[in-house]
Write a protein that binds this ligand. Structure first.
Ligand code: UDP
Ligand code: MG
Length: 136
């Protein structure tokens, strides 16, 4: 078993889809190992997405991620990182496979409902960002 980080983005929490998304993840075989709800400030959101700094969508992404509460969670499964990327679907919902989280709940490429780690290394860094060692 290994771990990955998912974040339900503010617009999906605000539109009342958090519970459905969490159920979708559980029904897909993930167990929730940690979960919280918090509001990120611009410094935190910018740091979390620093890999995208300078890209045309970066400011909009920071705006989105600070627009309301997010729900980060640590998910456990076999091959958790790869599996979660499959379950959420492509970044752009127009390209996300039928029945994926983004196919069902994304509004646009930016407002795409959920974040997921893209490698085991980044999963460990991103888990530490929201759930520091001492808090687990
Ligand atoms: N994003 C966007 N426009 C783009 C690419 C990305 O608004 O052209 C946003 C979108 O919310 C995405 C996030 O930036 O989820 C991070 O981008 P990444 O390429 O890492 O996509 P992801 O890993 O979330 O599928
Ligand atoms: Mg990414």
């Amino acid at each position: 078993m290994n771990h990955t980080l998912a974040i339900i983005k503010p617009h999906a929490v605000g539109s009342g889809n958090a519970g459905k998304i969490i159920a979708h993840l559980e029904n897909s075989g993930f167990s929730i190992k940690a979960i919280k709800l918090l509001v990120l400030n611009r410094e935190q959101a910018g740091a979390f997405y620093s890999v995208h700094e300078g890209k045309p969508f970066y400011e909009e992404l920071v705006d989105l991620m600070t627009s309301g509460p997010v729900i980060p969670m640590v998910l456990e499964a076999d091959e958790a990182v790869e599996k979660l990327r499959e379950v959420i679907g492509a970044t752009d919902p127009a390209e996300a496979a039928e029945g994926t989280v983004r196919n069902l709940y994304a509004e646009s490429k930016g407002r795409n409902a959920i974040h997921a780690s893209d490698s085991d290394e980044n999963a460990q860094i991103e888990i530490g960002f929201f759930f520091p060692q001492g808090e687990r």
